[in-house]
Design a protein around this ligand. Structure first.
Ligand code: ADP
Length: 474
C-alpha cells in the first residue's frame, strides 16, 4: 500500500511543471554536448582533411594563376616557407627544375619515380588543368595532400606544378580534445543542472501561485486576487481569472437576488390569496357582495402568479432553444400600433403620450407573437420607469437589410454601473425588494433572448435621471 502511494507520488512529482522544465533544460544541455562531441571527436579528422584540401587547392590555384609573372619563383619560395608546404616544378622527364641549389645544376635531381608516375596518372585522369588528391608519402610514412597543375612553357613542352602537404595525424589532438571535452561536459552539465533548477523554479512559481489562488476561489472566496508574474502570458491569465472572479461574484449576487425576488414574487400573491380565502371562509362567506369582492382579489392574485409562471416558462423555452420560431412577414408599425392599443388606459387615464415615427411601411420576417411581446415589454418598461415627463417616442427605421426599433422615455434613466446587468434574468435596478413598479425582472431578459434567437441585437443608451433609449435591430 505504502509502496503504491510512494510510486504515485513519484509519478505526480515527475509530472510537475518545474520538473518537466528542468528535464527539458537538461535535454537541451545534453544535446548541445552531444553535438559538440560529434563535431570535435567523430568529424574532426574528416573536417580537418577537407579544410586542408581546400586550403592546398586555394594556394595551388593562386600560384597557378601567377605562372609567367616575373616574381613567380619568389612567390613559390615565400608560399613554401610561410605555409610549410613542399612546392616543386618538374619537367616532363621527372627532373626537378624548382627548387634547385647550385649543386643541383650539375646533377639534375630526379623526382621520386613512383610518386611522379602516380602524379601524372592523377593529373591526366582529371578533366581540368589541375588536380588535388591524397596519397601516402612513403618517405615520411604519412598521408599527404597533393596538388598538381600543368604549366605550359615557352618551348611547347609541359612543366608540372607539384605541391604537397603532410596531413598531420589527429590522434594526439583528439586525445587532448577528448580530455578537455570531458571536463567541459561535466562542468556544463552541472551548471545546466543548477541553472535549469532555478529557471524552472522561477518559471513555474507564478503558475503555482495562480493554482493556489484558484483553489481558494473554488472554495467560494471571491476576495482573492490573482497575482501577475514576470511574463505576459501569466499576466493575461491573471487578468482573465480576475475578471472571471468579478463575474462569478456578480453572478453569485444575482443568484441570491433571484432567489429573493422569486420568493418575494410568489410569496406576496400567495399571502394575499391565503388571507382572502380565510376571510371568505370565516367572515364574508354569507355576504355575497363582500365575498365576490374577496374572490375577485383572489382571482387577480392568481392571475399574477400565472403570468409570472408563464413568463418564466416562456423565457426558459426561448433561452433553451425549445421554442420554434414561427416566422412570417409582417408590418412592424402595424404590430406596434396593435400593442400600443393595449396601453390605451395609460394614455387616457395617466396622461402618457405615445408617438410613432416611421418612413412608410416597414416589413420584417420574424415570429409575430414573440416580437409583439418584445414591444409590449419595452413599452411597459418605458411606462413603469417614467416619472414626470410622460412622453414616449417610438422610432422604426429601415437600414438596407435591417430594421431598427427604438423606444425613448424621459424617465428615471439607468445608472452606469447597472447598465450592463439590466438584461440579466431577475436583475432589477434601484432598490431591490421594495418595488413600486409592477414587474418580474424578467422582461428585458426575455426581450434579449427573443431578439438573439432571431439573430438580431439589442442595446440601450441612458442617462440617469434623464432618459433611456432601448432598441433592437433585426
Ligand atoms: P422589471 O422591469 O420587471 O424590473 P426588466 O427586465 O424589464 O425587469 O428590467 C430590468 C431593470 O432594467 C429594471 O429593474 C430597471 O431597473 C431597468 N429598466 C428597464 N427599462 C427601463 C427604462 N425604460 N428606464 C429605466 N430603467 C429601466
Amino acid at each position: 500500500m505504502k509502496r503504491q502511494s510512494d510510486k504515485m507520488r513519484l509519478e505526480e512529482n515527475s509530472k510537475k511543471m518545474n520538473f518537466k522544465l528542468w528535464q527539458y533544460f537538461m535535454i537541451l544541455a545534453a544535446s548541445i554536448m552531444i553535438v559538440l562531441w560529434l563535431l570535435q571527436i567523430v568529424f574532426m579528422s574528416s573536417f580537418y582533411k577537407s579544410m586542408k584540401i581546400k586550403e592546398i587547392e586555394r594556394i595551388g590555384n593562386s600560384l597557378y594563376s601567377e605562372y609567367g609573372s616575373d616574381d613567380f619563383q619568389e612567390k613559390l619560395v615565400a608560399t613554401s616557407f610561410s605555409k610549410g608546404i613542399a612546392i616543386n616544378i618538374i619537367d616532363e622527364n621527372g627532373s626537378i627544375i624548382f627548387p634547385l641549389d647550385i649543386f643541383d645544376l650539375i646533377r639534375r635531381p630526379q623526382f621520386e619515380a613512383n610518386a611522379f608516375v602516380d602524379f601524372l596518372n592523377q593529373l591526366y585522369k582529371s578533366s581540368g588543368e589541375s588536380v588535388v588528391y591524397t596519397t601516402r608519402n612513403i618517405r615520411m610514412n604519412q598521408d599527404a595532400i597533393v596538388y598538381g597543375a600543368i604549366l605550359k612553357n615557352e618551348t611547347g613542352s609541359n612543366y608540372f606544378l607539384y605541391i604537397s602537404s603532410i596531413l598531420e595525424p589527429m590522434d594526439t589532438t583528439i586525445i587532448i580534445l577528448k580530455n578537455q571535452l570531458l571536463i567541459i561536459t561535466i562542468i556544463s552539465l552541472l551548471l545546466a543542472m543548477l541553472l535549469s533548477y532555478f529557471f524552472s523554479k522561477k518559471l513555474s512559481e507564478p503558475i503555482i501561485s495562480i493554482t493556489n489562488t484558484a483553489k481558494s476561489l473554488s472554495k467560494g472566496d471571491y476576495s482573492i486576487k490573482f497575482k501577475k508574474g514576470d511574463y505576459k502570458e501569466i499576466d493575461d491569465l491573471a487578468d482573465t481569472l480576475n475578471l472571471t472572479t468579478t463575474e462569478l461574484q456578480k453572478s453569485e449576487e444575482l443568484k441570491r437576488d433571484l432567489i429573493a425576488n422569486v420568493t418575494h414574487d410568489f410569496k406576496t400573491p400567495l399571502t394575499v390569496i391565503k388571507s382572502y380565502s380565510e376571510m371568505v371562509r370565516d367572515l364574508t362567506g354569507e355576504n355575497k357582495e363582500k365575498r365576490n369582492q374577496n374572490l375577485q382579489t383572489i382571482i387577480e392574485e392568481t392571475d399574477k402568479l400565472e403570468k409570472l409562471v408563464d413568463e418564466m416558462l416562456n423565457l426558459s423555452r426561448v433561452q433553451s432553444g425549445l421554442k420554434v420560431l414561427e416566422k412570417i412577414r409582417f408590418d412592424l408599425e402595424e404590430l406596434t400600433l396593435e400593442v400600443l392599443a393595449r396601453f390605451k388606459y395609460f394614455s387616457i387615464e395617466k396622461g402618457f403620450n405615445f408617438t410613432i415615427k416611421t418612413e412608410g411601411q416597414v416589413y420584417i420576417t420574424a415570429d409575430r407573437t414573440l416580437i409583439s411581446q418584445v414591444i409590449y415589454n419595452l413599452i411597459a418598461n418605458a411606462i413603469n420607469y417614467s416619472e414626470g415627463n410622460k412622453e414616449i417616442e417610438i422610432d422604426i427605421i429601415e437600414k438596407v437589410d435591417k430594421v431598427c426599433f427604438s423606444i425613448k422615455d424621459y424617465g428615471v434613466g439607468i445608472a452606469e454601473e447597472d447598465i450592463n446587468y439590466i438584461w440579466d434574468r431577475y436583475y432589477r435596478g434601484g432598490k431591490k425588494h421594495q418595488r413600486l413598479q409592477v414587474g418580474t425582472g424578467l422582461g428585458l431578459s426575455f426581450v434579449k433572448s427573443i431578439i438573439l434567437a432571431h439573430g438580431g441585437e439589442v442595446g440601450v443608451e441612458s442617462q440617469l435621471g434623464q432618459e433611456s433609449i432601448f432598441y433592437f435591430i433585426i
